[in-house]
Design a protein around this ligand. Sequence first.
Ligand code: AP5
Length: 215
Amino acid sequence: MIVILLGPPGVGKGTQAVRLCDALDLRHLSTGDLLREHRRGGTELGTQAQSFMDRGELVPDELILGMVRGELEALGDGGVLFDGFPRTVPQAEGLRVVLADLGRSLDHVVLLVADDEVLVERLSGRRSCPECGSVFNVHFNPPATEDTCDRCGHEGLVHRTDDQPDTVRNRLEVYRRQTEPLIHFYQAGSPGVRRVDADQGVDEVQAGVRAAVDG
Ligand code: AP5
């Protein structure tokens, strides 16, 4: 199965992706997490991506597509959940080419939807596990033990540098301008787009996502 999880910054893509991948045995392919790994590892790609990410701008399409192609080739036939990719129409067109080259096809596109005030509030309280990618929130979804990942036990959850208010505003504008057109891109063809109301509790949203990919 190949699934794309679409939606604005802070809507809960990462939160839902981890749960769906555990439930359906999919590989979680978050381009944001992959880029942050490259940055931590000091690779050339990480260095090239850094200034774009810190400003809340998108990393150039060709860098992203090269990275995703490499990941898919290494994965073989396994199921994949894309989180935060594609983010532009050229990336979506590039993904079609890569999937066709690998003899694979897209099964589901799921769009998470919530108002901007909800997104800004969620991002201000977000804490992430640098080890396994699990996401928490000091207001809505705190870890059982303060500053410790519930999933892998890593101590030291991080507040992302691009979650500062000015950068969040820019990320939302970038989403409207460059990523929202993808909704029409996928609505116009197969498999279409299924919308899930993301302004509900984590379990309710997960139930909506499961219904979207099961139905
Ligand atoms: P990326 O890491 O992909 O960030 P994003 O899309 O902005 O999304 P976020 O990770 O901020 O939010 P999310 O929807 O995953 O929400 P989360 O689950 O964490 O990208 C970062 C940067 O990398 C980009 O700006 C760009 O520079 C670059 N980049 C990445 N991919 C790229 C690409 N394809 N092309 C070009 N550039 C690319 O949830 C948010 C918070 O809310 C958490 O605290 C969570 O606990 C809480 N929460 C979640 N669900 C709920 C709920 N139902 N109720 C209450 N709280 C909730």
